[in-house]
Write a protein that binds this ligand. Structure first.
Ligand SMILES: CC(C)(COP(=O)(O)OP(=O)(O)OC[C@H]1O[C@@H](n2cnc3c(N)ncnc32)[C@H](O)[C@@H]1OP(=O)(O)O)[C@@H](O)C(=O)NCCC(=O)NCCS
Length: 112
């Protein structure tokens, strides 16, 4: 699932995309379905001119898609406690330039 996220910066708020949840039925896992879903979704993000995607997830899984630790780019989710599992992907070179802040998922997720 991809949904809008709000980033609260020091000067103004802006929007980007949040990835998750991602799930494949256990009997279909490890066949490349999860990766295909993620790559297809990221392609749609580009088609929609959305070049910044955040995800809160496992550090062994998301870097393979190009996700980097968000904290290294100046982004956090809630508190620094989440830094090891909070990632950002820049789908267009320079999209993150001059941007930073705290990222908020939609209230429907109940995780904010
Ligand atoms: C994570 C998930 C969506 C991956 O789907 P998938 O179709 O199995 O993924 P793929 O076949 O494309 O990729 C499999 C790779 O993901 C890795 N992987 C699967 N689940 C993982 C997890 N929770 N954490 C880290 N790596 C994971 C596998 O080890 C495998 O790695 P390898 O290619 O080096 O062997 C699926 O395992 C799932 O639904 N898990 C339960 C829900 C979940 O934990 N979702 C959030 C993930 S943070």
């Amino acid at each position: 699932m991809f949904s809008p996220v709000k980033i609260v910066g020091y000067i103004n708020d802006w929007e980007a995309i949040g990835l998750g949840p991602v799930a494949v039925l256990p009997e279909y896992q490890r066949q490349g379905i999860g990766s295909s879903l993620i790559y297809a979704g990221l392609e749609v993000c580009c088609q929609l001119d959305q070049y910044i995607v955040f995800v809160l997830g496992h550090h062994d899984y998301y870097p393979r898609f190009g996700f980097e630790l968000a904290s290294r780019k100046g982004f956090h989710y809630k508190s620094t406690e989440y830094d090891p599992n909070f990632f950002v992907l820049e789908l267009k070179h320079g999209a993150l330039l001059g941007k930073f802040g705290y990222v908020h998922f939609l209230p429907a997720f109940g995780i904010d």
